[in-house]
Design a protein around this ligand. Structure first.
Ligand code: COA
Length: 385
């Protein structure tokens, strides 16, 4: 298996982008990425999108996007794993390059979510839950995570303030990210007193509905050297795991098994432990999610995610910064794009080009992308070499 470097990244400002279609979003992110890498060709493409059909009516992205990128006849696939579709697209591109099938592989993540009304967006997102045992009975994603939050509060004593602090911290980071959808600061009081969505989660505990895309370009390390990429950012570990789709089928609803397995696999492949990681971009689709992900990955023991967040451990200047980009909460969550954008942030931090949100001496990054309520997860380890 070849060693695989990230030779280019492509981001754009996310938000409610009326003037851009799903093809515009993909092409803009891809062109930004190709320009960043300075290459004159690509050999294959993987596109991560959760539900372009329900959000825009457009399927068959693997035909449309290469064509509009000026790459007609390119081998391209679309991959889907709910909100982990972007992470899975990067894994797909990684396998292309590592196996030698492609020299240069592009991974694009996209979702255009605001062309439908809120009810339709909620329905489309709920297709990632178990239809027979969850969605059919009226449970939405805010509802599922609200149940997890309530159970976490009851079992571990997690407090409302601790949940709110996740949003406070991520919005604070987002004020330093020019691409963020909601780059404003919030206080714990504002989070707790904002409109109730699903008790105990309020509007400011939730990631938003977002239009956006992101892209990364992968190539063997020797090609990255030839292109003069410095510093070299290498994917040294990938972990992918699945779990039951329904919460009721898990032996411990408060343990995100797919996240734990994906993180263990990625760290083992990289020959690292979680203590070797300098910072992480994780899937904070709701404030409780970030706390549960920290615990599943072993950043802190079960039940300690809330207190650690309130103590500042995960702040930009904390001992284990999480979501320097602003996370899904502030940067936005165009579901299929999120996992790819996490790698863009990792590379910016490792290159030292993250501007006002730069973490000092960052050399090892972890990204964690999650589908649904934890039914799938993809983790990447990226290092400077
Ligand atoms: N954080 C901060 N502000 C938000 C926000 C969020 N998550 N979502 C919306 N807003 C703001 C809007 O900008 C708008 O502000 P304005 O009045 O100043 O223009 C206001 O709140 C109302 O926005 P609106 O679009 O009407 O909100 P909504 O009630 O339709 O949707 C949620 C809010 C929380 C229900 C929706 O964002 C949601 O469903 N989020 C979860 C998405 C999800 O489940 N993703 C998958 C995770 S697995």
């Amino acid at each position: 298996m070849k060693d695989v470097a990230i030779i280019g990244i492509g981001m754009l400002k996310w938000g409610e982008l009326w003037e851009k279609s799903i093809r515009d979003l993909c092409v803009e992110a891809a062109l930004n990425c190709i320009e960043d890498a300075g290459v004159d060709h690509i050999d294959s493409m993987a596109i991560g999108s959760m539900s372009s059909g329900l959000f825009t009516g457009q399927e068959h992205l693997a035909s449309m996007i290469p064509d509009y990128l000026g790459q007609r006849y390119l081998p391209a696939v679309r991959v889907e794993s709910a909100c982990a579709s972007g992470g899975l697209a990067v894994r797909n591109a990684f396998l292309e390059v590592a196996s030698g099938m492609s020299e240069i592989a592009l991974a694009v993540g996209v979702e255009k979510m605001t062309d439908v009304n809120g009810g339709m967006a909620t329905y489309a997102l709920a297709t990632a839950a178990d239809q027979d045992f969850e969605a059919f009975h009226g449970v939405t994603f805010p509802g599922l995570y609200a149940m997890l939050a309530r159970a976490h509060m009851q079992h571990y004593g997690t407090t409302r303030e601790q949940l709110a602090q996740v949003a406070v911290k991520n919005h604070a980071n987002g004020t330093r990210n020019p691409n963020a959808q909601f780059p404003f600061a919030v206080t714990r009081e504002q989070v707790i007193n904002s409109v109730l969505v699903a008790d105990p989660l309020t509007l400011l505990d939730c990631s938003p509905i977002t239009d956006g895309a992101a892209a990364v370009l992968l190539a063997p390390v020797e090609v990255a050297h030839r292109l003069g990429r410095h510093p070299l950012t290498v994917i040294t570990g990938i972990g992918h795991a699945t779990d039951s789709i329904a919460l009721v089928d898990r032996p411990d609803m408060l343990h995100l098994g797919a996240v734990a397995h994906a993180a263990q696999r990625a760290l083992a492949m990289a020959g690292k432990t979680i203590q070797d990681v300098d910072f992480a971009e994780v899937h904070d689709c709701f404030t409780i999610a970030e706390i549960m992900v920290m615990e599943a990955m072993g950043v802190v023991p079960p039940g300690q995610g809330g207190p650690a967040t309130l103590d500042g451990m995960t702040a930009l200047d904390g001992s284990f910064p999480i979501n320097p980009s602003g996370g899904l909460k502030s940067k936005g969550h165009p579901v299929g794009a999120t996992g790819v954008a996490q790698l863009c942030e990792a590379v910016m931090q490792l290159r030292g080009t993250a501007g006002e949100r730069q973490i000092n001496n960052a050399r090892t990054a972890l990204t964690q992308n999650m589908g649904g309520s934890g039914g799938s997860s993809v983790v990447h380890i990226v290092e400077v070499q």
